[in-house]
Ligand binder design. Structure first.
Ligand SMILES: Cc1cc2nc3c(=O)[nH]c(=O)nc-3n(C[C@H](O)[C@H](O)[C@H](O)COP(=O)(O)OP(=O)(O)OC[C@H]3O[C@@H](n4cnc5c(N)ncnc54)[C@H](O)[C@@H]3O)c2cc1C
Length: 425
C-alpha cells in the first residue's frame, strides 16, 4: 500500500481508461511522482485495457492480451489504483472527491479522464432482452452470451464502430444487418459514390445494409424479435447492437458546476485546464474549441500537454489538428485522403474505397495502399503517404484496417507499439 506524504501534492485522476493509463505512464517517465502522490479511481471492475482493440476479445475471450500494463504496474510505480470505484461528486470548495466506496479523498489537483458512453437514440421498447451497446468488456461478454442463443443480429449505425461491430456479429456466426439513418455508410467520411462502393463491398461479405432507415421501436414482449422502422418496414432480428455514436461522460463535471460545451464535454483551454484552475480534463470527455475527440491519438496529445504543464513546468499547449488515424473495418480497405468532400481538382484530394476513385474511373482495381503510392509524389498528401508506409512497415495496415487522413496534417500515430511496461500503449 502506498504511503501518502502530506507534504506532497495530491493528484487524483478520475477514470482508468486508455487516457488515464497514458497519463500515469507519462507522469512516471517525467519524474512527477517525486512531487505528486497519485491516486486513480476507476469505475470499471478491472485496470485499464486497450479499448481500440476491444473487438479482439471476441477471438481471444480473454482480457489479458488487452491490458495496458501488468497487474502490479501501478503499485510498483507508487500509484494507488482503486478499480470498481466510481467518483460520485466533487466538492470544489474543500477539494474533496466522494466515491462509491463511501470514502472522501482530498486533492490538490484533479484530472477528469472519464471518457465517453455510447449514444443510445430514442427507441420505443428498447429495454427488452437482446439490446446491447459496444464499449466495455462487460458489453462484449453480454453480446457473446446472447449470441449463443441467437441466429441474427442488427447493428444500429453504419459508421466506423458500427461496421466493426457488424464484423464481430458476422464472425459470431450471426446473420448480420446494418441499419443506418443516413443515406449511405460512413456518412462522415465518405460521399455518396464512396458510400455506394463500400455498401457493395460489405454486402459481398454477406451483411445486409439498410440505409436511410430510422429505428422507431424494438419488437418483442420480453426478448427482442425485430425492429420496426419509421418507414413501417420490419426487420426480424434476435439481437440489436447499438453503435450510433458516443457522448462525453461529463455528468460529474456538470454537477460540480464546471463549464461544459454546448454539445457536451468538459470545456478545457489549451493547457487542459477546466473552468476551475485546480481541475483538468483529458481524453474523450474534454471539449476543446467546442469539439470532443473520439479517437485515441488526439487524446494522447492532450496527456502530453498536461504532463508538460504539471510535471515539466513547460508551457505546452494543445492544438486541434486532426491526426491521421487507423480504425478497423471488415476486410475492406478504405482510404480517404485530403478533404473527402472537396469538389473538382483531384490532384490534392483523392478518395478511394477498395481503390475506386469517384470521378476518375480506375484503369484497374487498386488497393488503398496502391492509391497512396500513386499519390505519394503529390506534395499535399506526401505526409499521408509517409504515414501509410510507416503503417505498412509496422504491419498495421493489413486488410481490415481503415485509414483516414485529413488535410495532410500529421500527428501522433497509434500503431500499437509496445510500451515501457511491455504492453501495448
Ligand atoms: C470498439 C471500439 C473501437 C475503437 N477503435 C478505435 C480505433 O481504431 N482508433 C482510435 O483512435 N480510437 C478507437 N476507439 C476509441 C478509443 O477507444 C477512445 O478514444 C479511447 O478509449 C478514449 O479513452 P478515454 O480514457 O478518454 O475514455 P475511456 O476509454 O472511455 O475511459 C474512461 C474511463 O473512465 C471511467 N469513468 C467514467 N466516469 C467515471 C467516474 N465518475 N468515476 C470513475 N471512473 C469513471 C469509465 O468507466 C472508463 O473506464 C475505439 C473505441 C471502441 C469502443
Amino acid at each position: 500500500m502506498t504511503k501518502l506524504n502530506p507534504q506532497r501534492q495530491k493528484l487524483v485522476i478520475v477514470g482508468n481508461g486508455m487516457v488515464s493509463h497514458r497519463l500515469c505512464l507519462r507522469l512516471v517517465e517525467s519524474g512527477a511522482l517525486q512531487t505528486y502522490d497519485v491516486i486513480v479511481l476507476g469505475e470499471e471492475p478491472r485496470r485499464a485495457y486497450d479499448r481500440v482493440h476491444l473487438t479482439d476479445f471476441f477471438k481471444t475471450r480473454s482480457v489479458d492480451p488487452l491490458y495496458l500494463c501488468d497487474d502490479d504496474w501501478y503499485r510498483d510505480n507508487n500509484i494507488t489504483l482503486h478499480t470498481g470505484t466510481a467518483v460520485v461528486s466533487i466538492d470544489r470548495e474543500t477539494r474533496v472527491v466522494h466515491s462509491s466506496d463511501g470514502i472522501a479523498r482530498s486533492y490538490d489537483r484533479l484530472v477528469l479522464a472519464t471518457g465517453s458512453a455510447p449514444f443510445v437514440p430514442r427507441i420505443e421498447n428498447d429495454d427488452v432482452e437482446g439490446v446491447f451497446v459496444y464499449r466495455t468488456i462487460e458489453d462484449l461478454e453480454a453480446i457473446i452470451e446472447h449470441a449463443s442463443r441467437a441466429s441474427s443480429a442488427a447493428v444500429l449505425g453504419g459508421g466506423l464502430l458500427g461496421l466493426e461491430a457488424a464484423k464481430a456479429a458476422l464472425d459470431l456466426g450471426l446473420n448480420t444487418s446494418v441499419v443506418e439513418l443516413a443515406d449511405r455508410l460512413m456518412p462522415t467520411q465518405l460521399d455518396a459514390e464512396g458510400g455506394a462502393v463500400l455498401r457493395r463491398k460489405i454486402e459481398e461479405l454477406g451483411i445486409r445494409v439498410y440505409p436511410g432507415e430510422r429505428t422507431a421501436a424494438c419488437l418483442g414482449e420480453t426478448t427482442l424479435s425485430g425492429l420496426l422502422f419509421a418507414s413501417g418496414e420490419v426487420l426480424n432480428t434476435d439481437m440489436l447492437i447499438i453503435s450510433a455514436g458516443i457522448r462525453p461522460r461529463d455528468e460529474l463535471a456538470r454537477s460540480a458546476g464546471l463549464n461544459v460545451g454546448e454539445r457536451g464535454g468538459i470545456v478545457v483551454d489549451d493547457t487542459m485546464a477546466t473552468s476551475d484552475p485546480n481541475i483538468y480534463a483529458v481524453g474523450e470527455v474534454a471539449s476543446f474549441d467546442g469539439r470532443c475527440f473520439g479517437l485515441v491519438a488526439p487524446c494522447y496529445a492532450m496527456v502530453d500537454v498536461l504532463v508538460g504543464q504539471l510535471a515539466a513546468g513547460e508551457d505546452s499547449r494543445f492544438s486541434a489538428n486532426t491526426p491521421p488515424t487507423a480504425l478497423k473495418l471488415l476486410g475492406v480497405e478504405v482510404g480517404a485522403f485530403g478533404d473527402c468532400f472537396a469538389r473538382g481538382d483531384h490532384t490534392d484530394t483523392a478518395k478511394a474505397v477498395g481503390g475506386i476513385f469517384p470521378g476518375q474511373p480506375p484503369k484497374r482495381e487498386k488497393t488503398a495502399m496502391d492509391t497512396a503510392a500513386l499519390f505519394a509524389n503529390k506534395t499535399k498528401i506526401a505526409l499521408a503517404a509517409n504515414v501509410l508506409l510507416r503503417a505498412k512497415t509496422h504491419g498495421r495496415l493489413t486488410a481490415g484496417k481503415l485509414l483516414r487522413l485529413e488535410s495532410g496534417v500529421c500527428g501522433p500515430w497509434h500503431d500499437g507499439r509496445r510500451g515501457p511496461c511491455g504492453r501495448r500503449q
